[in-house]
Design a protein around this ligand. Structure first.
Ligand SMILES: Nc1ncnc2c1ncn2[C@@H]1O[C@H](COP(=O)(O)OP(=O)(O)OP(=O)(O)O)[C@@H](O)[C@H]1O
Ligand SMILES: [Mg+2]
Length: 503
């Protein structure tokens, strides 16, 4: 380690992609034994910086000094060898191998140097030690694929510990974790830190940054704006640095007049998943679904939109029963569903922004759509501009956008459809604070125009800030209902834990 405790020192790192300067002279320093948060708007260059450190990409210029040695570029093997570990959001593990096999993947223990035979007993024993070390109650022999995402991430951390990583990088690790899993992760991070490991932690959840980071660096437009000790700044201050302006009202809710019932779901059942789901949604209303991860909210949305089958129940749109057997049926009935897992379900990564944004519309109007394609593209452009989509143009491939910007394209796509009922599953996951406000304003516009909107959110503040009425689910059942005025965190938590409230 360098004398002043600085483990990593990045200087003037630059990376250009066709049409985009992703990094424009980035400087950042991380000390051993600190959790260093990196914040910035979508497309600010956070993931690109990480990719330089893990050797996934080569910088155009600049230097990376690590553990006293200066590099102009790293490759994945070298990065790992010198002690840089990374927990990617898309996990790099192999589901059909065991936990132990995954931990030692590429660095297996052999019976002897000359024999090419794995020492499974020792690998399992060592894995058990590593797992116990981070208080993870999982068998080394368990198949990885049987574990939840949170535990799989912990296995990645075991890998990093085993490789003696001095720096562990995490790019939005909590975005798909439940609150409890995230909590476990923070506990393990704190332990790593005590041992002198440096952690780079990227998140759009500023409350997590505040609670867990010692130091924070804010990036904007491919540059590092400022680094400071977390305790010296407020979250509002970070927001100001990130987006370059003040955000007065994080939840700019505007109430619309409520009209007729647009969607009515009665006695919806799916064995073992959904139990007697009943609710109505009115024109002009924002209905929030709260609950813990796995409570059945996404499953309800998937049943209503034909993504999953259901056993019994009826769905009425504008007072008329509709038979929904596949997604197309729900699209034709005027229901738009913005899925939680956008990469898998929402976008065609090898197509352009314009194509993805207009795909629903083209589908709906068939050949006639060609006539107004120009108009649609114009509207797509407008919505993307409102959400501050960062792209080199409407023809850029969606797969090359930053994570958060891909999500904005999905939102644009559905906003362009003529739907009257919108179901948004975690609409602002992975989206920066500034763009969140724009998404909320678009929701305001939708309900002002007479649409009914359902938002499924795990963030309590968001659902309380934006929904007129909140339904709470627990284990496939609706366990609570309250208006925005009645809602408190305690009341939602109570119902989310399975206690039914007396209405
Ligand atoms: N392979 C690539 N080709 C072209 N442009 C790219 C490529 N990878 C990233 N970019 C661009 O570089 C910029 C920075 O992207 P990056 O993924 O680093 O942002 P980010 O800060 O991680 O954002 P987010 O919060 O949305 O994840 C974006 O404008 C992005 O479109
Ligand atoms: Mg990113």
């Amino acid at each position: 380690m360098v004398a002043d405790g600085i483990l990593l020192r990045v200087k003037g790192l630059t990376k250009k992609f066709p049409g985009v300067v992703a990094l424009d002279g980035v400087d950042i320093e991380a000390r051993a034994g600190e959790i260093h948060g990196i914040c910035g708007e979508n497309g600010a260059g956070k993931s690109t910086l990480i990719k330089m450190l893990t050797g996934a990409h080569t910088p155009d210029s600049g230097t990376i000094e690590f553990d006293g040695v200066t590099y102009t570029a790293l490759d994945p093997r070298r990065a790992m060898a010198i002690g840089i570990g990374c927990i990617y959001q898309e996990l790099n593990l192999i589901p059909h191998l065991s936990v132990a096999e995954n931990i030692f993947l590429g660095r297996e223990i052999y019976l002897s140097d000359s024999l090419n035979i794995l020492d499974r007993a020792q690998m399992n024993a060592k894995a058990a030690e590593l797992l116990a070390d981070i208080d993870l109650n999982v068998s080394p022999r368990a198949r990885l694929g049987t574990l939840g995402v949170g535990h799989q991430q912990m296995i990645e951390i075991c890998r990093a510990i085993w490789s003696n990583a001095k720096l562990i990088i995490m790019d939005e690790p909590t975005s798909s974790l439940s609150e409890k899993e995230a909590h476990d992760l923070f506990r393990v991070m704190a332990r790593m830190k005590e041992r002198g490991v440096a952690i780079l932690f990227i998140s759009h959840r500023l409350d997590e940054i505040r609670a867990n980071c010692d130091t924070v660096t804010v990036m904007r437009d491919g540059r590092t704006i400022e680094s400071f000790a977390m305790k010296e700044r407020s979250v509002d201050n970070i927001i100001q640095l990130m987006v370059g302006r003040n955000i007065q009202n994080k939840y700019p809710k505007e109430r619309a007049a409520h009209g007729d019932v647009v969607l009515s779901v009665r006695n919806l059942n799916r064995k073992g998943v959904l139990h007697d789901i009943n609710f109505e949604l009115r024109a002009g209303e924002v209905l929030g679904f709260a609950g813990l991860v796995g409570a059945g909210r996404t499953e309800t949305a998937r049943a209503i939109t034909g993504a999953d089958p259901f056993d019994s129940g009826t769905i009425e749109v504008f007072g008329k029963e509709v038979k929904i057997r596949q997604p197309l049926d729900s699209i034709n009935a005027g229901i738009a569903f913005l899925t939680e897992n956008r990469k898998e379900q929402g976008l065609i990564l090898i197509q352009s922004v314009a194509f993805n944004a207009t795909i629903v519309k083209m589908h709906k109007y068939g050949k006639a759509g060609w006539l107004s394609l120009k108009g649609i593209r114009e509207t797509a452009r407008k919505i993307c501009a409102e959400m501050r989509l960062k792209t080199s143009g409407m023809d850029m491939l969606v797969g090359k956008l930053s994570g958060g910007n891909q999500q904005k394209v999905v939102i644009a796509k559905w906003l362009l459809s003529n739907a009257k009922i919108f179901i948004f599953d975690e609409p602002t996951r992975g989206i920066d604070v500034g763009a969140k406000v724009e998404v909320y304003k678009l929701i305001n516009q939708l309900v002002a125009g007479g649409a009914g909107v359902i938002i499924i959110c795990s963030e309590m503040e968001e659902v309380m800030g934006m929904a007129d009425r909140i339904l709470v689910m627990h284990e496939g059942e609706i366990t609570g209902e309250m208006t925005q005025e009645e809602a408190t965190q305690e009341r939602i938590m109570y119902a989310a834990s399975g206690f039914k409230q007396a209405s």
